[in-house]
Design a protein around this ligand. Structure first.
Ligand SMILES: *[C@@H]1O[C@H](CO)[C@@H](O)[C@H](O)[C@H]1NC(C)=O
Ligand SMILES: *[C@@H]1O[C@H](CO)[C@@H](O)[C@H](O)[C@H]1NC(C)=O
Ligand SMILES: *[C@@H]1O[C@H](CO)[C@@H](O)[C@H](O)[C@H]1NC(C)=O
Ligand SMILES: *[C@@H]1O[C@H](CO)[C@@H](O)[C@H](O)[C@H]1NC(C)=O
Ligand SMILES: *[C@@H]1O[C@H](CO)[C@@H](O)[C@H](O)[C@H]1NC(C)=O
Length: 480
């Protein structure tokens, strides 16, 4: 069973407008014909908590008009810390709202020292029992609860006294025994509350100033709460990283159980869905759940995309949580960021829409002992042409092209040292016959018939730019 035990203040509402106490309110209709009393015209006071038709009025519509002779309930926000006078209702009369309820200060505003203010009363319910404050300020207990009412009064200034209206038993009273409380807490305890314990309990200070708490003991249940399209949280596997990753499931996850007064339900949705309605519902002393309509889970939607930047094309779009928007650019243009953005489970896009930027290749580097020339901008399809200094030859491509990826089609060539053609020997020739020979290139000397090379007939181009041997002359073959 959910419990509010230990909490002295159960605040269902937060009225934010601060106006001083108003005892009598008149809301007449200036046009003459009376049509009821609007809830919004109840006297505003931060200490007042209003209920209408069994529920705190903030969970109903504030613009609601209450019919003639109907009543709104009122209690002080901090029951016991304020003294409630003048009953617990405002009546809708033909003159407007009528009621004399006030919430006046107790000695809690002076840290319990003042003897000219009534004593404050705080309570706590022991051992997991349930207490809820009713719409009129009564403390409602389930049968069996143990409740301690503490009248706060400085012990040095004398002894207060408890009195009560229930007649069938006496209640133990006395200074609290705990060391932190025994100088201030004058206690009355109700053990194992029964219906007969319902009544008003009054603390009278030596100054004769009083404060009271009214207790109502009743077996109270709300109707079974039916939430459409829901799943009990206990039926789900444990959550690993704090979020439920079940896309496509719009069921409401319901935590909590029980239908006795004070029982609560807590509502959440699966990832990608958002709760429409209350996050929590509690069984009120009125026997009603705190909200009239349970919530539903609705799929999270991201806002429509802003107008696309120039040239950007949309290739795919899904506005629901987890969906993506996929973009593309025309040929020779590239996106400035990732091609897709995701609709996050909080309803925002993971990133802004990217732009299209013309693809350009980086300026190519000149090889050592060489140079390169390109167009100024180096767009897709543009070429870079390499050349080498005198006495060097290209090793690698002479021409490279700027590709769609913004890179050159081939790696940059090197300029390597070369050997000059040694020319042909008389009565012979070299092959291959070139102007310049690259490093490691070989050259074969062959002589005309009747002649032979006087030396090695294979020459190799060395790193020094020189041939491995001088060109051999072709000499006549002497017939043996
Ligand atoms: C006041 O009277 C007018 C005209 O009879 C009616 O339309 C309107 O609802 C009334 N307003 C309230 C607050 O009762
Ligand atoms: C409010 O109206 C009800 C019913 O008409 C009546 O019993 C009750 O005494 C009235 N309360 C006040 C504070 O006028
Ligand atoms: C408020 O108090 C006045 C004077 O004590 C009394 O005449 C009037 O009936 C009370 N009004 C209500 C609504 O109780
Ligand atoms: C209230 O009184 C207590 C006990 O005497 C003291 O510890 C605390 O500081 C006081 N607080 C204020 C705000 O005066
Ligand atoms: C949505 O979630 C993302 C990632 O978790 C976060 O960076 C962003 O700030 C959130 N936006 C809003 C409006 O909550």
């Amino acid at each position: 069973m959910e419990s509010n035990a230990g909490s002295n203040v159960i605040a269902f509402l937060h009225l934010c407008i601060v106006i001083l106490f108003v005892n009598q309110v008149q809301a007449t209709n200036s046009s003459g014909t009376f049509g009821g009393c609007p809830l919004s015209s109840l006297p505003h006071n931060p200490q007042h908590v209003y209920s209408y038709a069994g529920r705190p009025i903030e969970s109903t519509k504030m613009d609601q008009i209450v019919p003639l002779d109907d009543i709104a309930m009122i209690r002080c926000r901090h029951v016991g810390l304020f003294k409630q006078n003048g009953g617990d209702t405002f009546n809708c009369t033909s003159e407007g709202w009528s009621g004399n309820v006030t919430c006046t200060d107790t000695n809690h505003v002076t840290n319990y020292t003042s003897e000219s203010l009534p004593p404050a009363i705080v309570w706590h319910v022991a051992g997991g029992g349930v207490s809820v404050v009713a719409a009129g300020g009564q403390l409602v207990l389930l049968p069996g609860a143990i409740v301690h009412l503490d009248c706060l009064f400085p012990r040095l200034a004398g002894n207060p006294a408890w009195s009560w209206t229930p007649e069938y038993r006496r209640y133990p009273t006395g200074w609290s025994l705990s060391s932190s409380e025994r100088d201030l807490h004058y206690r009355l305890s109700v053990y194992y509350a029964r219906q007969h314990d319902s009544g008003t309990f009054t603390c009278t200070a030596p100054s004769a100033l009083t404060n009271s708490i009214t207790i109502l003991v009743k077996e109270l249940r709300c109707a079974e709460l039916v939430v459409a399209r829901s799943v009990p949280e206990s039926a789900l596997p444990a959550v690993v990283f704090g979020r439920r990753q079940t896309r496509g499931d719009d069921r409401v996850i319901v935590a909590g159980s029980g239908t006795t007064m004070g029982s609560s339900r807590f509502f959440t949705c699966f990832d990608g869905y958002v709760l429409n309605g209350p996050q929590q519902m509690t069984c009120l002393p009125s026997g009603l759940w705190s909200a009239a309509v349970p919530p539903a889970c609705e799929v999270v939607r991201c806002p429509a995309l802003p107008p696309l930047p120039p040239l950007v094309r949309l290739r795919h779009l899904s506005l629901t949580a987890g969906g993506v928007a996929l973009f593309a650019c025309p040929l020779s243009y590239a996106l400035t960021a990732a091609p897709s953005i995701v609709c996050l489970t909080n309803g925002t896009w993971s990133a802004p829409v990217p732009h299209c930027k013309e693809v350009v290749c980086p300026a190519p580097e000149s090889p050592e002992h060489g140079s390169v020339s390109t167009a100024a901008l180096r767009r897709v399809g543009d070429v870079a042409v390499y050349s080498c200094d005198e006495a060097f030859v290209l090793q690698g491509p002479r021409i490279v092209t700027c590709t769609n990826a913004g890179t050159w089609s081939k790696p940059k060539p090197n300029c390597v040292i070369s050997c000059q053609s040694p020319g042909n020997p008389r009565n012979g020739r070299v092959s291959p016959r070139l102007l310049r020979y690259r490093l490691e290139a070989q050259l074969l000397v062959s002589c005309s018939p009747g002649y032979r090379p006087a030396g090695p007939d294979r020459l190799k181009c060395l790193r020094t730019g020189k041939w491995s041997a001088p060109l051999p002359p072709c000499v006549p073959v002497i017939a043996g």
